[in-house]
Design a protein around this ligand. Structure first.
Ligand code: C5P
Length: 222
């Protein structure tokens, strides 16, 4: 695997709808990093499994991921609750994870030259994909806050769903993500915990920025 030297690598893990995506985007923009929402790759496969249940197998998944471009991750249909739930099901499979991991590693260690580095968020980034990240964060918020945030996001996208359904789905995904045998969601000892429950987006960003800037200042670089 090609690895660019001296790049900034930021790893973020978090349960669903904790605000990690918003933060990761802000951080990436501020430090000129390539941002990769790793859950989207699982969602692409989940969407394909829902659409083509008979065709879907490991080879099919491999082809989809090999041809996947970062721009493909922005599609609205990937955001539905149904796709999210299916993603957490297929993410239990070691073979599926191996396929998705290759895609993630490519962007994590070899982002396009115009970027100073990469920032990835997901469930196993801090210890599986970017164990040597310069910065590691575990972002969380209480379940009700997360469900309210996701509900508002989905409503903004005009998706037909109730708050109860969103809450149930987040609880189910938490259970799957925290307890699965392969690459479970966990906070590593070397990750900084950020609880976003009572913090504004700006406050969260500034908290993380302070940590990053302090290290850069101390080391002269990363
Ligand atoms: O982050 P997002 O909610 O889009 O992720 C969808 C699902 O993909 C998660 O519930 C999780 O099961 C899976 N996932 C994962 N590992 C990652 C990112 C996402 O298992 N690094």
């Amino acid at each position: 695997m090609i690895k660019r030297k001296n790049i900034i690598k930021i790893a973020i893990d978090s349960p669903a709808a904790a605000g990690a995506g918003t933060l990761a985007k802000q951080i990436s923009k501020h430090y000129n990093l390539l941002y990769l929402d790793t859950g989207k790759a699982y969602r692409v496969l989940a969407l394909n499994k829902l659409r083509y249940p008979k065709k879907f197998n490991l080879n099919f998944a491999k082809k989809k991921i090999n041809n996947l471009k970062i721009e493909d991750l922005n599609k609205k249909e990937l955001l539905s609750n149904k796709v999210g739930a299916e993603a957490s099901l297929i993410a239990k499979s070691k073979s599926i994870r191996n396929i998705v991991n290759k895609f993630q590693l490519r962007f994590a260690y070899n982002p396009p030259k115009k970027f100073h580095g990469s920032c990835l968020d997901g469930r196993d980034i801090t210890y599986n994909i970017l164990p040597d990240a310069n910065f590691k964060f575990f972002i969380t918020a209480n379940i009700k806050t997360r469900a309210i945030r996701r509900y508002k996001e989905l409503k903004k996208l005009k998706m037909n769903i109730s708050f109860g359904e969103v809450l149930k789905s987040i609880k189910l995904r938490d259970k799957r993500d925290f307890t699965r045998k392969v690459a479970p969601l966990k906070k590593t000892k070397d990750s900084v915990l950020i609880n976003t429950t009572n913090l504004s987006k700006r406050a969260c960003f500034l908290k993380i920025k302070k940590i990053i800037d302090k290290k850069i200042l101390l080391n002269g670089n990363i």
